[in-house]
Ligand binder design. Structure first.
Ligand code: ATP
Length: 269
């Protein structure tokens, strides 16, 4: 992984949430990421330059499968409209991606994107999308999202094994809420505040260790030299250290791992 390239790209995608980075020209590529905790749309130009991005917290999927079709449709429509307003152009095409083990639910994902007015040009698997950004030949990509911890083992640039188990950021927030006696929403706010990460890490450490044990279960340290993190929960400061300690494998992440997969989805539109 070319660290500098990835850092610069992800920094620009993050910035594209607040400002339109380039005047949209030509056909734009969208990546629609339907997640357990967040729905994200990333817009790139034909040369994969970040243009704009919108995301919204959502509770319309369970274990990677859409359980509230109307709710999901409403959110994707509204994100698409927001982006179109910001950009002053209509968005037509998008790619979507499925978490491992949910390939049977492709149609529902597709109907959500199509119902919102997109033409779906490509359906991918999430780990391959993350690797469109990291460009790893051999190693393990670990995607810690809202509901699950997923991993993809790469060999010669190809995904050869994927695993996905429940335990994600939602579980961290539940533990925080219980510990501080606050609502789930307040816990989410605290958890996403980088200034409070040092304070909350000891509270959520057991959950992070559980995530690390999921990773450890599936990888062989004798032929894995690096774990590459992505997904929103990988933003938690110090989680890379916990995974590295538990697995004994060097673990790295970009400064903002949240938007890696949605950006990789858009690249494949
Ligand atoms: P899944 O992959 O399980 O379907 P998802 O796609 O919704 O879920 P992501 O969008 O990758 O998952 O990540 C969402 C999670 O990341 C949420 O639990 C959210 O609270 C968490 N998160 C977002 N920003 C931060 C942050 N700065 N620090 C810690 N956690 C964060």
């Amino acid at each position: 992984m070319d660290r500098q390239r990835v850092e610069e790209l992800m920094e620009r995608v993050e910035r594209s949430e607040k400002e339109v980075l380039l005047k949209p020209q030509g056909e734009l590529k969208c990546g629609v990421d339907l997640g357990t905790a967040y729905i994200v749309i990333v817009v790139l130009d034909k040369d994969d330059n970040p243009i704009a991005c919108e995301k919204q917290a959502a509770n319309v999927l369970r274990d990677g499968v859409v359980v509230d079709y109307t709710g999901a449709l409403k959110i994707v429509k509204s994100l698409k409209e927001k982006l179109e307003q910001r950009l002053g152009v209509e968005l037509y095409k998008c790619a979507i991606a499925m978490p491992s083990g949910t390939e049977g639910s492709v149609k529902t994902h597709q109907y959500v994107a199509e119902g919102a007015g997109f033409e779906v040009t490509n359906v991918l698997d999430e780990p391959s999308c993350a690797n469109a950004i990291y460009k790893i030949d051999d190693g393990v990509i670990v995607d810690i999202g809202g509901g699950t911890t997923g991993l993809a083992i790469l060999n010669g640039g190809k995904v050869v094994q994927t695993e996905d188990e429940p335990t994600g950021g939602t579980h961290l927030s539940l533990v925080l809420a219980g510990n501080y006696g606050i609502s789930f929403e307040e816990a989410e706010k605290i958890k996403q505040d980088y200034k409070r990460h040092n304070e909350i890490l000891p509270v959520v450490r057991p959950v992070a260790q559980k995530m690390a044990s999921i990773v450890k279960k599936y990888i062989d340290p004798s032929n894995t030299d690096t774990i590459y993190l992505c997904g929103g929960t990988s933003c938690l400061t110090g989680i890379e250290g916990i995974i590295e300690k538990e697995t004994g494998i060097h673990t790295v992440k970009p400064k903002n791992p949240f938007l890696v997969t949605p950006t990789g989805i858009a690249m494949n539109c």
